[in-house]
Structures are given as C-alpha cells and as structure tokens.
Design a protein around this ligand. Sequence first.
Ligand code: CTP
Length: 400
Amino acid sequence: MRLAGKKIVLGLTGGIACYKVAELTRGLTKAGASVQVVMTPSAMQFITPVTMQALSGNTVYTDQWDARIHNNMPHIDLTRDADAIVIAPCSTDFIAKLAHGACDDLLSTLCMARPHHVPLLIAPAMNVEMWLNPATQRNVAQVKADGIQVLGPAAGEQACGEVGMGRMLEADQLLTEIIASFQAKTLTGKSVLITAGPTFEPIDPVRGLTNLSSGKMGYAIAQAAWEAGADVTLISGPTALDTPYGVRRITIQTAQQMHDSVMAELAARHQSVFVAVAAVADWRVANASPQKIKKTSDNDTPQLQFAQNPDILASVAALTNAPFCVGFAAESENLLEYGTAKRAKKNVPLLVGNIGHHTFGKDENELILFDAKGHTTLPRADKQTLAHRLIQEISRRLSK
Ligand code: CTP
C-alpha cells in the first residue's frame, strides 16, 4: 500500500493510450490511493467515463460547468485536497496548453488553478513525428522549466504503425514513477552499484552449482535506491525477476564474472555506494569439463575439484577511494556473533544480517544492521519496505 492516504487527480486527454490508463487506475487504487478521474472531451472518444468511474470508484468529471460540485467550481474544488495531478495520456495539444497557460476545458483550467504545492506529472503519448516536431519539443522544454514532471515517453511500435519515440509508458512503469515522486530524494546525484541473486558455477556445459537466492532483496534495494534519486547499476546472477524500472542491469553467471563486472563498473565511473547483496559462490569447479560428463559405469562418480572465488565485497572495501560499502550476511545460526565478526573481517562500515533459510525465495524478511556502534533490528516486513528502510539508513550515514 505504497500510496495509502494519497489522493491522485488522474486526467485523461485524447489518445489511444487511454486503454493503458484503465490498468493504471487499478494499480493506483490497489496501492491505496484514492483516484479522482477528470476527462477531456477527446479522451471520451477513446474510453468512457463509465469505465473510469467503475475502476476508480469515484464520480468522473468532464465538464467545467458541472453543477454536481456544490459551489459549481470543479476546477478549484477537485485539486484542493490532492497530493498530485497526473495527466495520462497527455496529448501534444494538452502539452501545448500547459506550456501556454490555456484554460478552455475543465482539465486545463484545473491544472492552471492547482495550488503551487500540488505536483503535476504528465505522461506524453503521441505519434513519433508529433513528438519530434520542434513545436512539441519547445513546449516540453517549457513545461519542464515550469516544474512539471515529464514521465517518458518511450520508443517503440506505435498504434499508427510507425516506430519511434512517443509511446506512453506502461501502466506499471507509470505507477512506479508516481510512487517514486513521493519519495525523499536522499540519493540524488549519487551512483549506487548493487550485486544481487545467486551465482552459477558450471560443472560442464549442462550442469552447475548454484544456491537458493531469488534476487528479490537486491532487486528491491535497487528499486528503492532509484526511487531515492540514485543512478543505479545492478549486477545480477541468473534470476526470474524483471529488471527494476529505471535501473541498469548487467547479467552475469559466475562469481568471477560478477567480480570482473563490479571492478569494471568501479573503474568506469565513481560509485558512492556499493551494496553486495548477491549470494556469491565461495568456490568454483576448478576442473569443469568443456563437454558433458558422461556416466560411464554404475558406481562411477565425477571427481570435482574446487578453487576459491575472489571475495568481491572485500576486494571493493580494500580499494583506495572505496565507495561506502554495505555487505550482507546470510547465516543459518548465531547471527549476532557471526554478523559482528563478518563486518570486521570484510572491513565494511555497514553489514546487514539475516537468516538465509528465512529469506531465500521469500517475500518477507527481518534484518539486523551491524555497524561500528553495535547492532539494530529492522523488524519483519516485506522486502520492498525493508529495502526503503535500508536506503534511508544508508542515506543517513552518507550525509554524516
Ligand atoms: N561476498 C562477495 N564475494 C564472495 C562472497 C561473498 O562479495 N566471494 C559478499 C556477499 O555478497 C555478502 C557478503 O560478502 O555481502 C557476505 O557473504 P556470505 O556468503 O554471507 O559470507 P562469506 O564471506 O562467504 O562467509 P561464509 O560463507 O563463510 O559465512
């Protein structure tokens, strides 16, 4: 319920992307927001107020002169208790209106009359040539300069059959952007590098050694860091998860590849924070076979030999100019004792401890933070909530 208690005024203008906004409305209400839909006459060519009323659970307003509002001023009353106004889809014409301060329907008048503390977010949706038109680009630059947040657009196939910039973001992406707009931007201007997921160490071309890490915690931390305004790179072992929105992901397989990828990222650009969430294999198979190992007789077993993998976190922490390093400790017992010892061994300012079999693959967890002063507990919660708390803890320590 990331939007619990928030009121969103959701404005629809004319565009085929109106169909995506039905899904967005469901997402917003599921996240706990109350949604007040306002539609322009053009939007009603694409989707009906009946659909939007049913999905939002609230009366839909379409007319500046709607007498159902007690003082007959919907352009004022609808935004006075709003936490944000979101225009999706936002047409070429509506961007032009916003850029020039036009007020010729309820939605444009309502945007002009919004209290200055209510943020306005727009999700452009239009044909590629309309987007690239210098007039549109001038208007987009103007609305950005006026403090309006522009979400997208994305590039891709368009309803008209042409291909290029102008596709509206998908409903889940818009929902993430809206949730992020309410987060404190404690990591703006900072780069955060995160490892996540399991590693996979080949035995032969069809077999390998891995572990039960799902990647969920690392991916949630990557999303939370992006929401806090950071530029986020996620180096991930094989997982079934989608790349978090706004995050750059590099997929690797082995611990050695993860190590090399982390070092390459650190060499390529300054990173303020390194969070090692990955469950990295301590050993690789030294005598991995280039061909599939065949079973030659009934009691035959392959003789695997192991070599130790590099310790990525310890290597990063040992660098001169190391980023602020955060380690994880997945233990099966004695968490307080092992966590304290592991923080000292890895020489990191912050170590996050958890019980491995209580977290791997699960949606909830409980974390213990170890630092120079001792330890504190982040109580049991879903991994998204814990990720946000952890990012707050990291931001607080960075700003000291
Ligand atoms: N880690 C790492 N590279 C490795 C092993 C671990 O970067 N080769 C990181 C993990 O991402 C985590 C921390 O080190 O942040 C601790 O990982 P963990 O597996 O709990 O500890 P180990 O150092 O492997 O110690 P042990 O397995 O003996 O408990």
